[in-house]
Design a protein around this ligand. Structure first.
Ligand SMILES: NC(=O)c1ccc[n+]([C@@H]2O[C@H](COP(=O)([O-])OP(=O)(O)OC[C@H]3O[C@@H](n4cnc5c(N)ncnc54)[C@H](OP(=O)(O)O)[C@@H]3O)[C@@H](O)[C@H]2O)c1
Length: 364
């Protein structure tokens, strides 16, 4: 892993929320990034981070001492925030149009924005990246900068948490030509920014609807698997994906039960071999947050389990199990990933590390 002479100064937009807190935790003692600025709504602005979060701290580990006394800034005071940092991580909860606009405002102050939000996931010249799969999509940043009129400011995003339990398999199995995928996701309540304390209706319950999630789960893998053409990302045409997304009484960890058909049906052994050997830029460059092994395959019939496997590779790895032939499809399997680590803040931090290693993010 490469050493950085001086750490880059990071700001967190939406720092008081569930994903914001996860950023704060993951960046504690990070070798390349130091959280120097926290920003949230005007409700929190002016208070210390400790006061603003108060009893809303939702992480298992204590609030880092280094952020407790930082005074929270207002996300909407863009210049004031931007002047203090080299890059920002975005996890604000505002309307899509507001997020689109404010992330562009930050980019135009020459501040790279690495976002967890969905607002820019389909902006043609904004890369949406799982760093093991498609860092070549960073190429569109040059065109985005031309559009924004910036020299170092740009936006990069990571995809939705729901796809991380099966989209990596589609990338690992690309050569077999996946053509049809039927997936059901069983999604944790932290994905809605909630705990059981603030969502008691979820105890012993299942809710068969998560607004907007099925479309994201069906479409976003195609953009990640797409290619760059004329400065834009063109989504892949296959596989066709249909998905149902269900909220389940789990705190952290999205599970997916998946059926799949291929153009060229491989053997089970070939599929497992491709999964466990799948790696990309984070492993080659030994990025600080990279899992050593991105995808593990578990042979036991009762794995992956949320309680046993969600923290695999510090929440940055994906666990797959129960791969077997099916009576209607070629194969079926079950996947699991950590929704607020790999699926949210951790995925964004890895993205920022990849951007830094490739020279897109530097000190101002
Ligand atoms: N939770 C997940 O696993 C997950 C995964 C993927 C994507 N996301 C997305 O990430 C975003 C954040 O999610 P979350 O679960 O962390 O939400 P959250 O816990 O509700 O936190 C929202 C954050 O946004 C701030 N905020 C709210 N309204 C604002 C406004 N008008 N102006 C400026 N800041 C405002 C809040 O500040 P105050 O504390 O001052 O109100 C807080 O810091 C959402 O867009 C969500 O869809 C979440």
């Amino acid at each position: 892993m490469r050493k950085m002479e001086q750490k880059l100064r990071a700001g967190i937009l939406g720092a008081t929320g569930m994903v914001g807190q996860r950023f704060i935790s993951l960046l504690e003692n990070h070798p390349w990034f130091e959280v120097v600025t926290v920003a949230a709504s005007e409700r929190s602005a002016g208070k210390t981070y400790e006061e603003a979060v108060s009893d809303r701290w939702k992480m298992d580990t204590p609030m880092p001492e280094s952020v407790k006394k930082l005074v929270v800034l207002n996300v909407n005071e863009v210049k004031k925030v931007a002047d203090t940092v080299d890059l920002v991580f975005s996890a604000v909860d505002m309307t899509k149009d507001e997020i689109k606009a404010i992330e562009e405002e930050y980019a135009k102050t020459e501040t790279p924005v690495v976002s967890n939000n969905s607002a820019h996931r389909w902006t043609p010249d904004v890369p949406m990246v799982v760093p093991e799969i498609n860092t070549e999509h960073f190429d569109v940043i040059a065109d985005q900068k031309k559009r924004l009129g910036t020299t170092r400011g740009f936006i990069a995003v990571k995809p939705n948490c729901s796809i991380q339990s099966y989209a990596p398999c589609l990338a690992a199995w690309k050569e077999f030509g996946a053509k049809e995928v039927v997936a059901t996701t069983y999604q944790a309540i932290s994905g809605a920014g909630k705990t059981f304390k603030d969502w008691p209706e979820m105890v012993e319950n299942i809710i068969p609807y998560i607004g907007g999630e099925e479309e994201k789960s069906e479409q976003e893998p195609l953009r990640v698997l797409g290619k760059v053409e004329n400065g834009e990302i063109v989504k892949a045409q296959l596989p066709k994906i249909t998905c149902q997304c269900i909220r389940v009484p789990v705190f952290n960890g999205h599970t997916a039960a998946v059926f799949i058909n291929f153009e060229k049906k491989p053997t089970k052994e070939q599929l497992i071999e491709k999964l466990v050997n799948f790696k990309g830029f984070p492993q080659e460059a030994e990025l600080p947050s990279a899992p050593k092994q991105f995808i593990q395959y578990l042979e036991d019939d009762n794995r992956p389990q949320v309680k046993l496997d969600v923290d695999y590779e510090r929440g940055m790895g994906v666990s797959i199990g129960r791969l077997r032939e099916d009576t209607m499809f070629d194969y079926k399997f079950v996947g699991l990933s950590h929704n607020t680590v790999r699926g949210a803040a951790g995925g964004a931090v890895l993205c920022a590390e990849a951007l830094t290693a490739k020279g897109y993010i530097q000190a101002k």
